[in-house]
Design a protein around this ligand. Structure first.
Ligand code: ASP
Length: 350
């Protein structure tokens, strides 16, 4: 090889390398954590599951895979863990069933897939991804979604797979309070929490977002929340990716995830301010509550929430999984993330 050719190739390689983005993965396992409902064993199991989801998801990004692979890998880990309200461990409907919703979206292509009201799909996030990749549609519901799952070669599981005693007891408590017409403040809070979600930035600089949930304890009449609604609980574009968790009706009415990203994309608001204003101001001002995770192409992370805690985790340049639950634990919303190439601006309400 001539010296000239070698120099040209070397600088071409360096140019490519300097454009590679440092991958980042951010996850949540739901807002609305109530301290006194936690015991050390449960807390340990939750932290371990969040850590595994970060490690498995980040391995995809390190291998050069697209952001959507990290998102679906991380969410699958949490769906399989009974401590979260998604997949196994989903909350029960008023009729004693598990009815699950999930969505995934790619920021660069704006392709999206979602499913709602599925009863027998072990990993709803994978079915949402199949809708994105193998159907001409964005959203499939109920029996039709399960018909599509069969055609796609998904093995359907017996509905009893999703059942956990803890969720069953939560339903019994809700039914009793319904019968006594005694709304209980804590129950109102815990009914709609525990959803899982992920947002990722891959080495190409592309973003993706995904969310999976059993919805809300004691839900009726085929109720569907925000998680599978593109723009409400899940959204990604070329600049921003968001997954929400909280009282879904309010996320739908504010089109929360889309609004956060539009503030970033169109108004050039810093990610943390955009996310905090929607989650910690707009939604509570209407009577709702919850949290969200958000990520931009510079690797800035936002994790606002307005409940006792939010199961959350992030992993970036240092390759170390970070997990937090309560608000006395630092996270990138109040300190610059290790992976961030641009310092995150301080959030107005955290
Ligand atoms: N947002 C979900 C719903 O309303 C619940 C949750 O986040 O836990 O279905």
């Amino acid at each position: 090889m001539t010296r000239r050719l070698f120099v040209a190739l070397a600088s071409f390689g360096m140019a490519i390398m300097s454009h590679a983005t440092t991958p980042v993965l951010v996850i949540h396992g739901g807002a609305g954590v109530i301290k006194r409902d936690m015991n050390p064993a449960k807390e340990k199991a939750v932290r371990a599951a969040l850590t595994k989801a970060l490690q498995d998801g980040y391995a995809q990004l390190k291998a050069g895979k697209p952001a959507i692979d990290a998102v679906t890998t991380a969410i699958t880990v949490l769906e399989d863990d009974p401590n979260f309200n998604a997949g196994k461990g989903s909350v029960f409907t008023h009729d004693g069933k598990n009815e699950m919703d999930a969505a995934v979206m790619e920021g660069d292509s704006l392709r999206a897939g979602s499913v709602a009201g599925v009863h027998r799909v072990k990993n709803p996030i994978l079915l949402a991804r199949a809708v994105l990749e193998h159907s001409p549609h964005v959203m499939l519901v109920g029996d039709g979604a399960e018909e599509f799952a069969k055609e796609q070669g998904f093995t359907l599981v017996d509905p009893s797979y999703f059942r956990t005693d803890e969720r069953w007891q939560q339903l019994q408590k809700a039914l009793k309070e319904d019968a006594q017409k005694q709304p209980h403040a804590d129950l109102e809070t815990t009914r709609h929490f525990g959803t899982v979600g992920a947002v990722a930035l891959d080495s190409e600089g592309h973003l993706a977002a995904g969310t999976s949930t059993g919805g809300m304890t004691d839900k009726r009449w085929g109720r569907v929340g925000d998680s599978p609604i593109i723009g409400a609980g899940t959204y990604a574009n070329a600049q921003c990716a968001v997954s929400g968790t909280g009282w879904g009706e309010f996320y739908m009415r504010t089109v929360a995830a889309h609004e956060i990203c539009m503030r970033v994309s169109l108004l050039n608001e810093p990610l943390q301010r955009a996310a905090a204003e929607v989650i910690n101001q707009e939604i509570p001002s209407m009577g709702g509550n919850g949290g969200a995770i958000a990520l931009d192409t510079s690797g800035n992370i936002a994790m606002p929430y307005n409940t006792d805690g939010m199961y959350r985790g992030w992993i970036g340049a240092d390759g170390v999984p970070h997990v937090a639950i309560y608000d006395d634990e630092p996270d990138p919303s109040n300190q610059p993330p290790a992976a961030s190439s641009t310092a995150a601006s301080p959030s107005s309400s955290e």
